[in-house]
Design a binder for this molecule. Structure first.
Ligand code: NDP
Length: 243
């Protein structure tokens, strides 16, 4: 029952790219689907290089770079249809794609709120809903929602990041609700804060993308639909966060 088929959204840079690199380094990995908004070689040079060098050492392609805008239902549907031609089951969905608009609370507008909500809250829900048939056929299927400590209401002691906070708090509710309803299908759903990671989103971050990915994936072995961690919100080391 070893997991070996993975789907990562927002896979062309930052934490998503680090997930793809790590998963390809595992000998047990059979399939990695990298969902990206723009799959061109110019936009996803590292991914294309990885796909080429991985294919050169194996008889079968493991890395599949597919177009995916998580906030667009047509794009999600088209991507899922392609995935179903690649594999008959999906073991882990890493809902990583996300965005952050820097704007003061007093000037945050409806458009900031809606765009961020569509990407960070509705996007992961839509991708999970659309991949559900494949997840149901997965081995110990797991939906790994990349949330943020900024989405914790209990932990909010400074304000700021309003649209982002709301979107990740919403994602946490998606996690909790899906975990309750999908347990009978054998699908686990969790929310994870990756830490303050050095990426385009957080250039001052103090955690390397590869380090958060190593820490996060080391938790996977202990999590399935019947484990205590199902439906929980925790950091990359598995320490529970206050909702
Ligand atoms: P980056 O800004 O480096 O990368 C964001 C990724 O998301 C890019 O690949 C981007 O694609 C993609 N993306 C954005 N919108 C969409 C969309 N509509 N459809 C598909 N892909 C999209 O951020 P990080 O790697 O730092 O963040 C990854 C996740 O981790 C996010 O969910 C973020 O909220 C979360 N996080 C990050 C923290 C940090 O310290 N870095 C802390 C806590 C949480 P494109 O290149 O096309 O824009």
């Amino acid at each position: 029952m070893t997991r070996s088929r993975y789907f990562v959204t927002g896979a062309n840079r930052g934490i998503g790219l680090a997930f793809v690199k790590h998963l390809l380094s595992l000998p047990s990995t059979e399939v990695v689907v990298a969902g990206v908004r723009n799959p061109s070689k110019e936009h996803c040079a590292e991914l294309h290089d990885m796909a080429a060098s991985d294919a050169a050492t194996r008889s079968k392609h493991r890395l599949h770079i597919l177009e995916l805008d998580v906030s667009n239902p047509y794009s999600v549907q088209a991507c899922a249809e392609t995935v179903s031609m690649i594999t008959d089951g999906m073991d882990v969905l890493v809902n990583n794609a996300g965005m952050l608009i820097h704007r003061d609370t007093d000037t945050t507008n409806i458009s900031d709120m809606v765009r961020t909500f569509e990407t960070n809250t509705c996007g992961p829900l839509l991708v999970a809903q659309t991949l559900k048939p494949l997840l149901k056929k997965g081995r110990q299927p797991l939906v790994w929602n990349i949330s943020s400590g900024l989405g914790s209401i209990g932990d909010n002691s400074s304000g700021g990041y309003l649209a982002y906070r709301v979107s990740k708090a919403g994602l946490n509710m998606v996690t909790k609700t899906l975990s309750l309803e999908w347990k009978d299908d054998g699908i686990a759903v969790v929310s994870v804060c990756p830490g303050y990671v050095k990426t385009d989103m957080s250039p001052d971050g103090n955690v390397a993308p590869e380090d958060t990915v190593r820490a996060q994936t080391s938790l996977w072995k202990d999590i399935d639909s019947v484990s205590e961690m199902n439906g929980k919100f925790f950091n990359r080391h598995g320490k529970l966060f206050e909702w």
